[in-house]
Design a protein around this ligand. Structure first.
Ligand code: NAP
Length: 345
C-alpha cells in the first residue's frame, strides 16, 4: 500500500548567488537537512539556480541531492561548465524564468561601491523575491534603499549570517524589546582575535602571527579588511541599524592592529592585562580599537577564532559567546533565515 502524498509540503524555490565557502556549505546543508525540513517544517527547499562570478547553472525543477553534491565539487568559477550551465546570463533573465521565492546573496563584501551584491539584491526585490544575505556591504552602504524597497514590495530581507556568522546574535539582539541597550561591545572579527591570541600564546610578532593565520586559512591573502577594522566596523554598522542608529563607515574610528608590537604584548602581560581588538557602539560613537583589558574581563579570555559580545543594558550585562564564522556555521544561519521566511510566507 502507498502512503497518501503529504499535501501540506510547501515548496520554497531558491537561487544561490555566490558559490564559494558559504554557498557550497549551504548546498551540502540543504541536502543533509532535506528530510528534517520536510518532517519538521513541511518545507521542501528547491535550489533552482546557482551563480558564481563567471556564470550560472539552472534547473527549473530544482537540483537533486546528487546534483547539488556534485556541484559542490566543481572548481571555483566553473559552475557554468556543469550541464545546463550558462556563461554570462543575467540574474534578471534567469529569475524571469525560474521565479525563485528567495534570493540568497553570498558574494564577497565590497566596501567601495557595494557591488555586485547591492544590485543583485535590488534586482531580486524588484522581481518580488525575498532576500537572505550573509554579504554585509549592501547593508552597510545601501540599507535605506534596500529596506524601503523591501517595505514597498511587502517582502523580507534577512541577514543573520552577517554578524557572528555562526551564532544567532542578531536574533537575540532583536528579541530584546523591553531593555534599554546602552552599549554593545565585543570581539567581532575572528582573524584579528586569532592573531592577538597567537601573539600572547607564542610570544611572537604581529607579522609571525599573521603568517600563521594565513598558513591555516584563518587570514585571507590580503587581510586588510580585517586588520584595519573594516569588517568589525561593518558589523557595528549593522548592529547600529538594529538599535535605530545610522552610522557610516567613515564615522567608525578604527585602529590598525598591524601597529601592535611584541613589546606591547609583553608590557601588558607584566601589568596583568590583555590587549584585545574591541568593537564598540554606544549612544554617541562607534569604534574598533585596541584596548587593554583587565584579565578578569570576560572579553579578555576569548581566544582564537571565537567571537564574543557584551550587551550593556538597563537590566545588567548580557554576554554572548560563539563562532564568528566558518562556511558551515554561516550556512546554518543562512538556512535558518530561509526556513523562517519559508514558514512565514
Ligand atoms: N566565510 C565565512 O565564514 C563568512 C561568515 C559570515 C559572512 N560571510 C560573508 O558571506 C559572503 C560569502 O563568503 P564566502 O566565504 O563564501 O566567500 P568566497 O568563498 O570568496 O565566495 C564568494 C563567491 O561569490 C562569487 N562571486 C564573486 N563575484 C560574483 C558575481 N559578480 N556574481 C556571482 N557570484 C560572484 C565567487 O565566484 P567564483 O567562485 O567564480 O570566484 C564565489 O563563488 C561574503 O560576503 C562574506 O563576507 C562569510
Amino acid at each position: 500500500m502507498f502512503d497518501a502524498p503529504n499535501t501540506k509540503i510547501k515548496n520554497i524555490d531558491i537561487a544561490i548567488v555566490g558559490f564559494g565557502n558559504v554557498g557550497r556549505s549551504l548546498a551540502k546543508l540543504i541536502v543533509y537537512k532535506r528530510q528534517v525540513l520536510e518532517d519538521k517544517f513541511n518545507l521542501r527547499i528547491n535550489v533552482k539556480a546557482i551563480f558564481d562570478s563567471k556564470g550560472a547553472v539552472v534547473k527549473e525543477e530544482g537540483f537533486s541531492n546528487y546534483e547539488l553534491l556534485k556541484l559542490t565539487e566543481i572548481p571555483r568559477s566553473k559552475i557554468s561548465e556543469f550541464e545546463n550551465g550558462l556563461r554570462g546570463a543575467s540574474l534578471k533573465e534567469i529569475y524571469d524564468k525560474i521565479k525563485p521565492n528567495i534570493h540568497v546573496e553570498l558574494t564577497p563584501s565590497n566596501y567601495i561601491d557595494g557591488e555586485p551584491s547591492t544590485s543583485n539584491i535590488l534586482t531580486a526585490l524588484n522581481l518580488d523575491c525575498n532576500v537572505v544575505t550573509a554579504t554585509k556591504s549592501p547593508l552597510v552602504l545601501h540599507y535605506d534603499e534596500i529596506f524601503s524597497l523591501t517595505k514597498k514590495k511587502g517582502l523580507k530581507v534577512k541577514f543573520r549570517g552577517t554578524v557572528m556568522g555562526g551564532t544567532p546574535f542578531i536574533d537575540l539582539l532583536m528579541s530584546l524589546k523591553s531593555y534599554e541597550i546602552i552599549k554593545v561591545e565585543g570581539i567581532l572579527n575572528a582573524t584579528t582575535n586569532f592573531i592577538l591570541s597567537t601573539m600572547y600564546e607564542k610570544l611572537i610578532s604581529y607579522e609571525q602571527a599573521l603568517a600563521e593565520a594565513k598558513a591555516i586559512g584563518v587570514a585571507e591573502a590580503d587581510p586588510s579588511i580585517d586588520i584595519k577594522g573594516i569588517d568589525a566596523a561593518a558589523k557595528l554598522i549593522i548592529i547600529g541599524r538594529l538599535l535605530g542608529k545610522r552610522i557610516s563607515l567613515d564615522k567608525v574610528e578604527r585602529d590598525d592592529i598591524s601597529k601592535l608590537t611584541l613589546n606591547d604584548i609583553i608590557n601588558s602581560i607584566k601589568e596583568n592585562r590583555v590587549i584585545k581588538y574591541i568593537a564598540t557602539i554606544d549612544e554617541s560613537s562607534a569604534s574598533v580599537k585596541l584596548r587593554s583589558l583587565e584579565k578578569s574581563d570576560p572579553l579578555a579570555n576569548i581566544n582564537g577564532t571565537t567571537n564574543a559580545v557584551r550587551i550593556v543594558t538597563d537590566s545588567g550585562d548580557l554576554f554572548f559567546v560563539g563562532k564568528g564564522g566558518g562556511g558551515m556555521e554561516t550556512a546554518h544561519s543562512v538556512l535558518d533565515d530561509i526556513i523562517s521566511i519559508g514558514v512565514s510566507s
